[in-house]
Design a protein around this ligand. Structure first.
Ligand code: ARG
Length: 477
């Protein structure tokens, strides 16, 4: 090995090129052996192997369908179903693809032949790998949506617990990365909760999109035998059967939707990551990271690095790439199944696997954060209550535009004299606007500022309590 060998799908699966006469689902019309180079580029077993439980299940349902339609004897159907159970047990116990397995469908078919012999040759009646792979991939996506939903919920649970513990703590909120207004830290944390809630709703829609059954579409024109697709749909847990066989074998919209959800979730995670990385810098110092989700430096003994957050931030790029790769594959494709579509699963599985690593990394890092409450509070400088000063004047009848201008002149004076707003003398305020009384300094209190904002969705303590309850209710146990 030089390290420069090409990594084909076959090599990735640890599979050598097939020998002549090996098990395959096609070949009668060919006079010569397939080129090794074609086999190497054409193979997808290294990617689609994970579809085997679904391929087994849909094949069992298909055998029953053929039997119900009178195409297969009940006896053969029983043998096939039992044989497929044995195949599943073998693969679950570690059976590996062999050289002849072009894809997972070929592998299951080969093992079924080993198991039951002749009846296995009757199973592929009326179906094609085109409707088979579309069906199996949809089944996988439906399951993946449930798994991913749970991983997102685990992160939401962590955010919610942090927020619940921060109901009495004030920190600055930023716009343009400039100190803007004081907020409850609970409110700040929950700002990262709701995008994840929307991701979960989108994910539920992906599962619905995936739940349209292609099986029965054959290669492109539909099955020629009188199978009952409605029964297949029910047996395999789909919500409907596809309406058009040409569309059904080529439709990968559900994968595009899944990759979009993952890409947007990835964008949300990258923002959560960036926020916490920033808050964990010595310059901010609002949070300290724990020991189990940080790494050290090989050179600088003092370092504690939030690697999982940085990987989450960086992974946003690859999720985008996976989405764009699939959209690029779909664009301009002629109708019906084309082999280009085989690449759909590489993007799909790759994105899912990466996300399943990123989510626990982010959740774990945030779960062991310690909040530096005093430091957060100290960062709330009195100039952040400038809006509250303007509101003070509005409460006393001054038009907001005028109030804004007067407070602006106070802020300028503070800046010029190098003082905080609360350090300016009363006279400075009355000079800026005669309506300012000696109670003006109360308007400079961060907790007063927060308490005024109990409007729904605001940072006031009552509003945040309601928000926490809504967040909790969105995560039924
Ligand atoms: N491995 C193929 C895929 O993932 C299965 C479908 C193959 N269909 C065909 N006509 N060769 O798309």
């Amino acid at each position: 090995m030089t390290g420069l060998e090409p990594v084909s799908d076959a090599l990735a699966a640890g599979v050598a090129p097939a020998a002549a006469g090996s098990h395959r689902l096609w070949g009668g019309r060919f006079g010569a052996q397939t080129a090794a180079a074609l086999e190497a580029v054409n193979k997808s077993i290294g990617t689609d192997f994970r579809l085997w439980p679904h391929d087994v299940e849909l094949s069992q349902a298909w055998a029953m369908s053929l039997a119900a339609a009178g195409v297969l004897s009940q006896d053969d159907a029983r043998k096939i179903v039992a044989g497929l159970d044995a195949v599943a047990a073998k693969i679950a116990a570690g059976a590996q693809p062999d050289a002849s397995d072009e894809d997972v469908h070929t592998m299951v078919d080969r093992l079924l032949h080993d198991e039951v012999g002749e009846p296995a040759s009757r199973l592929h009646t009326g179906r094609s790998r085109n409707d088979q792979v579309a069906t199996g991939t949809r089944m996988w996506v439906m399951k993946a949506c449930t798994t991913l939903d749970q991983s997102i919920r685990d992160l939401q649970e962590v955010l919610l617990e942090q927020a619940e513990a921060l109901q009495g703590d004030i920190m600055p909120a930023y716009t343009h990365m400039q100190r803007a207004q004081p907020v409850l830290a609970a409110h700040w944390v929950l700002a990262h909760f709701w995008p994840l809630d929307r991701d979960r709703q989108r994910l539920a829609q992906v599962a619905r999109s995936a739940a349209s059954l292609p099986l029965g579409s054959g290669a492109i024109a539909g099955c020629a035998f009188p199978i009952n697709r409605a029964r297949l749909q029910e047996a395999l847990g789909f919500r409907q059967v596809s309406e058009n066989s040409i569309d059904a074998v080529a439709d990968r919209d559900f994968i595009a939707e899944m990759l979009f959800v993952i890409a947007l979730l990835g964008a949300h995670l990258s923002r959560i990551a960036e926020d916490f990385i920033l808050l964990g810098t010595s310059e901010f110092g609002f949070v300290k990271f724990g020991d189990t989700f940080t790494t050290g430096s090989s050179m600088m003994p003092q370092k504690r690095n939030p690697d999982a957050l940085e990987i989450a931030r960086g992974s946003g790029a690859r999720f985008l790439g996976d989405l764009v790769a699939l959209l690029g594959t779909l664009k301009g494709l002629p109708s019906g199944y084309n082999k280009d579509l085989q690449d759909d699963k590489r993007a799909l599985f790759g994105a899912f696997d990466a996300m399943q690593l990123v989510l626990p990394g982010v959740a774990g890092t945030i779960a062991e954060i310690t909040w530096q409450r005093a430091r957060m509070r100290e960062a709330v400088s009195s100039v952040m209550m400038a809006t509250d000063l303007a509101d003070y004047l509005v409460d006393r009848g001054v038009p907001f535009r005028d109030a804004h201008k007067s407070v602006g002149s106070v802020v300028r004076e503070a800046e010029v004299t190098g003082k905080e707003l609360h350090m300016l003398p009363q006279a400075a305020y009355t000079a800026a606007h005669p309506t300012f009384g000696d109670d003006v300094f109360e308007a400079l209190s961060p907790s007063k500022s927060v308490e005024r904002r109990n409007v729904d969705g605001g940072t006031g303590p009552d509003a945040v309590r309601r928000q926490l309850a809504a967040a909790r209710a969105s995560l039924p146990r």
